[in-house]
Design a protein around this ligand. Sequence first.
Ligand code: HBI
Ligand code: FE
Length: 279
Amino acid sequence: MQGQDPADWTIPQDWSSYTPAEHAMWDRLFERQAKMLPGRASPTFLNGLDVLRLSKPGIPDFAELSKRLGRLTGWQVVAVPGLVPDEDFFRHLANRTFVAARFVRAPEQMDYLQEPDIFHDVFGHVPLLANPVFADYMQAYGEGGLRSLRYGAMNRLARLYWYTVEFGLIREEGQLRVYGAGIVSSFGESRFALDDPSPSRIALDLRRVMRTQYRIDDFQQTYFVIDSFEDLLRQTLETDFAPLYAELDGASDLDPGVVLPDDRVFHRGSQIRTAAAGS
Ligand code: HBI
Ligand code: FE
């Protein structure tokens, strides 16, 4: 059992204290996504749901989940009160520990909540940690995050996390699929990210993503597409980030909705949703 040490931020999940209403909320959220994700989510994500037995009813017990996950990729899931400071978050990832909220959203938050709850963190993030390549990527991200703090470049790495781990798309068998936790855990955005003409869909390039700002209060205006998790990991491991951070210091930030001439564009978004919201 992890301690209460502040830099650790972990707390007991206290699984037995969940109420029937909280278990029912998890089941409602799970059923809704499980019905609409086949054919829409990356098969790697769907496979993770299966091998981790996340499809069984009720809120997962992190101790059981961590045993299964640990056998597959060495990752553990531990409970925290909510968002933890970046440095502590990175250190957990570098140690193959995924920190997950233990609270379940309220019924009125069914369709949107700002702060990640257990459904976002466990249904959204944990299945891909069962995949060895993505498990390596998340650990490399944590190690890179700790290094980025020395260059004051945390915000650039946060963008990479946002446009891959949270809101990433992947092209598999020529089709675009969702894999980002923020998308797969969201009923509305699982559709919007693939089907809606409003957002752009652009091939991921590290430099491009690290210059691109993001919205936290609405669906994304641009989704970045990777060719494979292997390619994402390779780009990250092969990059020497120190000179990249220096190079990016000379480049301007990009608004979330722009399309550049040398972007590899799968879909040029109309940005109608944002224009309408802005009016
Ligand atoms: N804390 N618990 C938790 N979960 C996250 O996903 C998280 C975080 N702190 C910071 C953070 N994510 C992002 O800003 C990372 O890019 C650092
Ligand atoms: Fe998240």
